[in-house]
Design a protein around this ligand. Sequence first.
Ligand code: CO
Ligand code: CO
Ligand code: CO
Length: 318
Amino acid sequence: MHNSPATQHPDLIVGIEYADDAGVFMAPGGDALVQTVDFFTPIVDDPFDWGRIAAANALSDVYAMGGDPLTALQLVGWPRGVIGFDVLERVIEGGLSVMEEAGCTVVGGHSIDDPEPKYGFAVTGIVEPGRLQTNAGARPADQLVLTKPLGTGIITTALKAGKVDEELARYCIETMAELNAGASLAMAAVNAHACTDVTGYGLLGHLRELLTSAGVSALIEVDQVPLMDGVEELLEAGFFPGGSQRNLEEVSPHVTSDVEPAWLQLFADAQTSGGLLICVPPAEAQDLLDRLEEHECFESAVIGEIHSGAEGTIRLVR
Ligand code: CO
Ligand code: CO
Ligand code: CO
């Protein structure tokens, strides 16, 4: 199916045969279009917050590729007659507030009657071809920089059970609603080699895509990986979503670990609207961290490095 003529074109730079989440197509005139679509079922109770998170999440793939979001189309599935349209209005207000913050114009959309609410966007961005980042350029010795703390899958699962205190819940929601725009600008100012955003496949799953695309391996220093406060306790209490469990099973055969098994669970946890994972040459890692701090990505950290060696494998060390 991926070899269909419908998925081939001389101006298609990144298509669906790559593991990148967004496609890139040369537009007449010299810029490239970055296009992506993301929508999901409610992740938090508050409709306004859900809308914000859905928008930030949909924009993220454009930022991960070094692009600037330009326009978006809204996607809505709504159980008409079961949940009031006043609730949907709050979802949309949340989504549009983040689109406005991103400077991305919402030009239309489509809604259907759906037993389970769904919300998201198809986003189009532009990128100068010279500034395009894909997940395929990692080189040995590159430092791996992560720009948001992990834990959203575990925390939102515990949240649904009412087991998360107000402060952590708010922190987790604000982190998910935060745009990767600042992180993308920081990345554009250094000579980054590759980038992906950390979402549904978790840190390890997205890292593995990056490694297999470039034929390299990675070492992760577990103590350097930023985690949301309290996520380890929630994992211990048994909160681990089904999607994260599938990620864990998928990635485990490719991971060598010198550390406690809980680290693998934390790093396999499916993230919503997670941070960027950026590969940067060692000499520029500190510069990137400084720029990330300027852009208020306060929990950014170097979490490991790229090695040559068994393609697609990950080693966890303390
Ligand atoms: Co996407
Ligand atoms: Co992505
Ligand atoms: Co329509």
